[in-house]
Design a protein around this ligand. Structure first.
Ligand code: BG6
Length: 486
């Protein structure tokens, strides 16, 4: 199976915030990989824009280092690296002033697809959108790409949406949730809607509960100031886990097109019940003995911080398909392993013809998103050997890498796919404004509850599976979390 690349018409891509961390770590490395794959035609223009008063040469030097670090395999070929760098121009532009805009306009003259990537803080979104208009750089073929955090509550998200809507139509706005660009996250839709096997059982009659885990081993890195204001709820739950929940729970869209998919996701978010305080566990990590990395509070430089680096909660979706099936969601930093998995736990068979002594094992479908992408279906078979009928649970294990073989190729990084989708004008994997607002509308009362009660997160050791109370959340329902395995 060879991965196929669709040829692209010439386009212009301007990355604002080009000297920043995201641009250097993710956006330009993704463009470089697409360049090596032949998806950046000769006539396409790649422009980095930022405030720094540097020229093309200094920018390319900096970019070269970033590509060697973040796309090392491709950057090992000096001719590709040199050819790519020669394609990138730099313009020093002031988002909230007039400096540099004439120079930028001078580069963007042809009527063609033009994408502006706002890899800057949300407070600059309005300024950038306004100047793009004032300098005549917007046409119906213009698109803007905005990163999370898209607001930090419903009100700020509404304001951002209104600001952008003053200059661009919704079909021109691409709100990134990079989880949607992950190959295996899209596989959730393929597994559900490309097979007849699962969908008839995909409801509360057959599914006991669903667990969604996104566990990270990393801490807050150099993003302490941002993270301590956000916490796991705003940083991960409101967006990435919410998107996974939507894809697992939504009704089949009539077709795989942007509004059909996003309409169905929105219905899931709107059907979520408010979460009761005793169905939420917040945690904050402390360095376990011998851990060279600091505690959360030291990492964010806030000795009294009560921000959560871990959250687990039980959610209910009040609709015909899911009423009665709880969804347990958890995510945290500095946990025992990096592992993103969705576990669909089916109900027990209604009656055991073999007698209770033979044992009973409910089926489990595990969808591993990262690393070791694949699916495992646990089925019950007879334990081999003479003697009575005893039942055992065995995994039917499929690793996508093994199934697709070496020719399956490296899955593209989420940003590669998403940037190319922007150029193609395909919004299916981007969040619509109403979706983001609905997610905040569900999140806000939860956060407001903690704040008004003065809730403090439970401590957990780095390298553990999170606070013990998260296990209790399950045990109270006579259930348990699946392990967090690498
Ligand atoms: C980001 C969060 O959106 O996603 C980070 O801000 C988190 O805190 C990251 O580490 C996780 O992404 P991935 O692709 O490594 O699972």
């Amino acid at each position: 199976m060879i991965s196929r690349n669709t040829p692209m018409d010439p386009y212009d891509l301007v990355v604002f915030g080009a000297t920043g961390d995201l641009a250097q770590r993710k956006i330009f490395p993704a463009l470089f990989r697409r360049f090596c794959a032949g998806q950046i035609p000769d006539e396409a223009r790649l422009i980095g824009a930022a405030r720094s008063n540097i020229g093309n040469v200094a920018f390319r030097e900096r970019l070269s280092d970033a590509l060697k670090e973040h796309a090392p395999r491709r950057a090992a070929d000096p001719s590709s690296l040199t050819a790519f760098l020669a394609r990138v121009k730099y313009v020093s532009v002031d988002a909230s002033g007039n400096k540099g805009w004439e120079a930028l306009s001078g580069l963007l003259t042809e009527p063609r697809v033009r994408a502006f990537y706002f890899s800057v803080g949300p407070r600059l979104f309005g300024d950038l959108a306004r100047r793009i208009h004032e300098y005549g750089l917007a046409s119906p073929l213009t698109r803007i790409v905005v990163e999370k955090p898209f607001g930090n509550d419903l009100q700020s998200a509404e304001q951002l949406n209104a600001t952008l809507a003053a200059y661009f139509k919704e079909r021109q706005i691409y709100r990134i949730d990079h989880y949607l660009g992950k190959e295996t996250v899209q596989n959730l839709m393929a597994v559900r809607f490309g097979n007849m096997l699962f969908e008839p059982l995909w409801n509360s009659q057959y599914v006991d509960h669903i667990q969604i885990t996104v566990a990270e081993t990393v801490g807050v890195g150099g993003r302490g100031a941002y993270y301590d204001r956000a916490g796991a709820m705003r940083d991960m739950m409101q967006n990435h886990l919410m998107q996974l929940l939507c894809l697992i729970a939504m009704e089949p869209p009539a077709k795989f097109d942007p509004d059909a998919v996003r309409d169905e996701k929105l219905k899931v978010i709107r059907a979520l019940d408010p979460v009761a305080p005793h169905h939420i566990v917040r945690g904050q990590y402390f360095a376990a003995a011998g851990d060279p990395e600091p505690d959360y509070r030291t990492a964010v430089d806030q000795p009294r911080s009560s921000t959560e680096s871990y959250i687990a909660l039980k959610a209910h979706i009040s609709n015909w398909r899911w009423a009665g099936t709880p969804f347990y969601l958890r995510t945290g930093k500095r946990l025992v392993a990096r592992s993103s998995v969705i576990n669909v736990m089916f109900k027990d068979a209604p009656h055991s013809i073999f007698g209770e002594e033979a044992g009973r094992h409910a089926n489990l479908l595990s969808i591993r998103l990262q690393p070791n992408e694949g699916i495992t279906l646990h089925v019950t078979i007879k334990e081999p050997g003479p003697g009575g009928m005893r039942l055992v649970d065995v995994p039917l294990d499929m690793s996508f890498a093994e199934a697709l073989g070496p020719e399956g190729g490296d899955p593209p990084d989420a940003y590669e796919r998403l940037i190319m989708d922007v150029i193609r004008g395909n919004q299916t994997l981007f969040m619509r404004g109403d979706e983001v607002e609905a997610a905040w509308a569900w999140t806000d009362p939860i956060i407001a509850g903690w704040e008004s009660r003065g809730d403090v997160p439970k401590p957990y050791d780095s390298g553990s599976t999170g606070p013990g109370d998260a296990d209790l959340l399950m045990r109270r329902d006579d259930r348990r979390w699946q392990g967090i395995n690498p």
